[in-house]
Write a protein that binds this ligand. Structure first.
Ligand SMILES: CCCCCCCC/C=C\CCCCCCCCCCCCCCCC(=O)SCCNC(=O)CCNC(=O)[C@H](O)C(C)(C)COP(=O)(O)OP(=O)(O)OC[C@H]1O[C@@H](n2cnc3c(N)ncnc32)[C@H](O)[C@@H]1OP(=O)(O)O
Ligand SMILES: Cc1cc2nc3c(=O)[nH]c(=O)nc-3n(C[C@H](O)[C@H](O)[C@H](O)COP(=O)(O)OP(=O)(O)OC[C@H]3O[C@@H](n4cnc5c(N)ncnc54)[C@H](O)[C@@H]3O)c2cc1C
Length: 674
């Protein structure tokens, strides 16, 4: 075995020495201030320094069952610590969010293939907070917060996930006993997919069709105990289990669930929005979509997960590319360059770094908007709910699609070693791609946004004033078919993307109108689906760039000149990369010449060159510890070859010189050929 030295790699040190801005200043911005950075480091250390977690174990070699058991063991260390910390901090909801925000990063070191408790707070508790009335809240919330019970969110069934109106599970009210009777009428009605359901939780929010007085009142949320608190055996009438191996998320314990005349008390239907009187009279909610609130919450939080996911992947690829040397640029060069010297390598990595920053601005904004609009809802005003729904749907889709795509680009940027499990890309990719499907399949999400855009465009054509996020449609209609002139300032690029989005929405609108002459409006909309998803994507790019511009304009007022340059270049890179990637859409609606495109290409190359000296500072500034980065290629010290070698030594096959398969199969086979 070679001698392994663990000083900082000199190539990486050389890169860090070139950084012109104060990395800690960037970190302070990224986490919202120096106090928050200290708090994050403290919280992370509080969890990760716990030796009993055995984080050195490479869990990727464990069997499916062992992985699950190890994940539960780790959660049963992390969650008591979390509850203790929550009490120490003050026990408020804000304290809880603080821990959760930081755990988001820390958990990627502890539960690489997913957390078997993630649905308990993320969806079960949140649904109770959103949809329980005061009485129900005081009964259930303390049990949730103290983890006296563990719950999940059981909505999707074997036959339906997207179209939730057609869920088949029934909850029939029996006014004589004041109970609901839950049933799974068919195989396709089995709850299928809910996380943590298989063998972990003992309670679930079950979304079921409410039947009362012989009528169906649509899907409503019910709290159902599914396992005995003492024995953990399924409750009478309950069939529950694990759905088996998946592409990823192996330790999330996604499960199935069926009911055979399971009786639950009247008080277990969550009644903040829809209500049922004890005699069985159904009272409709003020807003029919209130029951979908938890999904909106999760979609909002998922953008923050994208930031975590992409910041990890970008950190790995950047550090590796500054250590790996290959392929002289001039054939006679003696020394091979760092692979980051190759312009194409910069183009794979630097736009990803810029996106982390823009998505982070967006995630923070979206969370604020969610909080405002939820507050309005508690006061009975739901006017802005469709806008939030439309925005969260397209962002969920575009950002998770991009996280999966970017992880793959960054893995490829690390060549062969990127394909090692120890590179960390596999877990990143599997988590990113799961997010493309869960909480609303991405095409379906884009079509929801497009529905809002088409409605908004109709309003704009009728001269009605629109909500702020779609003002640009009013401008488009006012231009009355005149093409947008191209102006290459950053705001000019935004206007070009707005024109492309509005133009696409306008032609999708026109095509639906044409098709409506022969088809129903729904059929016409379906036939226009390909254009509609592009409308939603372009609208999302508008929102992202607009938010990026507005946030960065504010940020640069408050940072040092050196960091100001970095943010300006982040915006430049993000905007130019974006516009060049949608040039076809832009050319349809904007007066742009070949010379404009050449100029943009030159600016792209220039900004990548600038980024060369900032990239390592930015990724170091994401402040991800080695445990969180969890990659042989991405450690802070840059000792990639030593790390790769050490990781290979952990292979179970390397624990003995000769594997028994030699004696059993190989030797007889070789002998038979003599
Ligand atoms: C004191 C201490 C306290 C501590 C408390 C702690 C609390 C916790 C705090 C912090 C915790 C932080 C943790 C965060 C962690 C979060 C992450 C958690 C991890 C979770 C992992 C996720 C696992 C995955 C879970 C799932 O997948 S669940 C299943 C999800 N399923 C779906 O998403 C299904 C997708 N389908 C749909 O959404 C709908 O079917 C549809 C596609 C929207 C269509 O619906 P429907 O058929 O009813 O609609 P239409 O008839 O077509 O009508 C459309 C109109 O409706 C409007 N609409 C639709 N939805 C909404 C909405 N949500 N809001 C508003 N309006 C909506 C739409 O606009 C249309 O309107 P119209 O005017 O055009 O008609
Ligand atoms: C890892 C993971 C975790 C999950 N966790 C949970 C959980 O905790 N709780 C829970 O309840 N569920 C959970 N789910 C289920 C998840 O929410 C659904 O799988 C998801 O909403 C997609 O629904 P579906 O499976 O019915 O897809 P389908 O709707 O069957 O999608 C199949 C295809 O049909 C297309 N399609 C469907 N409808 C339309 C339409 N209207 N227009 C155009 N195309 C359409 C889709 O675009 C897709 O290409 C999880 C799923 C996964 C993968």
């Amino acid at each position: 075995m070679p001698a392994i030295s663990k000083t900082i790699n000199k190539d990486l040190k050389e890169e860090r020495d070139k950084v012109k801005f104060n990395i800690e200043e960037f970190t302070n911005w990224f986490y919202g201030g120096s106090e928050k950075v200290l708090e994050k480091r403290k919280i992370e250390n509080y969890f990760l320094s716990d030796k009993s977690l055995n984080l050195e174990t490479d869990t990727s070699y464990l069997s499916y069952k062992e992985k699950y058991e190890e994940a539960i063991r780790r959660s049963c260390i992390v969650y008591p610590k979390m509850l203790k910390l929550h009490q120490e901090l003050g026990g408020t909801e804000e304290d809880f969010r603080k821990i959760m925000d930081n755990l988001r990063y820390t958990m990627s070191a502890i539960q690489k293939e997913g957390n078997p408790f993630m649905l308990h707070f993320g969806m079960f508790t949140v649904t109770i907070m959103n949809l329980a009335n005061d009485e129900q809240l005081s009964e259930w919330l303390p049990k949730c917060v103290n983890c006296e019970i563990l719950g999940t969110y059981a909505q999707t069934e074997l036959g339906h996930g997207t179209f939730i109106k057609k869920l088949e599970t029934t909850a029939t009210y029996d006014p004589k006993t004041k109970e609901f009777v839950l049933n799974t009428p068919t195989l396709t009605a089995y709850k299928w997919w809910p996380g943590n359901l298989g063998h972990t939780v003992n309670h679930a929010i079950v979304m079921a069709q409410l039947y009362t007085k012989g009528e169906c009142c649509g899907i409503q949320p019910f709290i159902v105990q599914i396992r005995d608190l003492e024995t953990h055996k399924p409750m009478p009438g309950i069939t529950v289990g694990d759905i088996g191996n998946k592409v990823g998320f192996q330790t999330v314990n996604n499960g199935f669930l069926a009911f055979n005349n399971v009786r639950i008390p009247y008080k277990n239907m969550l009644m903040k929005s829809s209500k049922l009187s004890e005699d069985g009279t159904f009272i409709k909610p003020k807003n029919a979509k209130q029951n979908y609130g938890t999904m909106v919450f999760v979609r909002v939080y998922m953008i923050m997960d994208v930031v975590v996911n992409m910041s990890r992947a970008a950190t790995i690829a950047t550090r590796y590319s500054m250590v790996r040397r290959q392929s002289p640029i001039n054939p006679n060069d003696e020394v091979e360059p760092k692979i980051i010297e190759h312009m194409t390598q910069q183009y794979k990595i630097f736009p990803a770094i810029a996106k982390v920053i823009i998505y982070k601005c967006m995630a923070d904004n979206l969370r604020n908007l969610y909080q405002q609009i939820t507050l309005e809802g508690t006061k009975g005003s739901f006017e802005r709910a469709p806008e939030l729904h439309a925005l969260s749907c397209c962002l969920k889709a575009v950002c998770t699609n991009d996280a999966a795509k970017t992880t793959e680009i960054l893995r490829l940027a690390c060549g062969g070693h990127g394909f090692l499990n120890s590179s960390g890309f596999a877990d990143n990719y599997k988590n990113a791609t799961a997010a493309q499907t869960y909480e609303g399949e991405n095409t379906v999400m884009l079509l929801q946004t497009a529905r809002f855009l088409i409605k908004s465009f109709t309003k704009a054509k009728n001269g009605e004033k629109l909500t702020e996020g779609v003002f640009y449609l009013n401008d488009f209609v006012k231009r009355n078919g005149k093409r947008e002139p191209f102006d290459d300032s950053i705001r000019g690029i935004l206007r070009a993307i707005q024109a492309a989005a509005a133009g696409k929405i306008s032609s999708a609108w026109k095509h639906i109108e044409e098709k409506k002459k022969f088809l129903t409006v729904e059929e016409a909309t379906n036939q226009t689906g390909i254009e509609l998803i592009r409308c939603a994507e372009l609208h999302c790019y508008v929102c992202l760039l607009q938010t990026g511009i507005e946030e960065i304009e504010q940020i640069i007022k408050n940072v040092s000149p050196a960091l100001r340059e970095v943010f300006k270049n982040v915006l430049e890179l993000y905007a130019i990369d974006n516009v060049l990637n949608m040039i076809g859409d832009i050319l349809q609606h904007v007066d742009m010449t070949n010379a404009d495109i050449d100029k943009l290409q030159k600016r792209l190359e220039a900004v990548l060159t600038f980024f060369r000296s900032s990239a390592i500072g930015i990724v170091d500034g994401f402040d991800l510890s080695d445990a969180v980065v969890s990659s042989t290629l991405g450690t802070y010290d840059g000792n990639v070859y030593e790390n790769i070698f050490e990781a290979a030594m952990k292979s179970p096959l390397n624990q003995e010189d000769v594997n028994k398969s030699f004696h059993l199969y190989l030797k007889p086979f070789l002998k038979s050929n003599l």
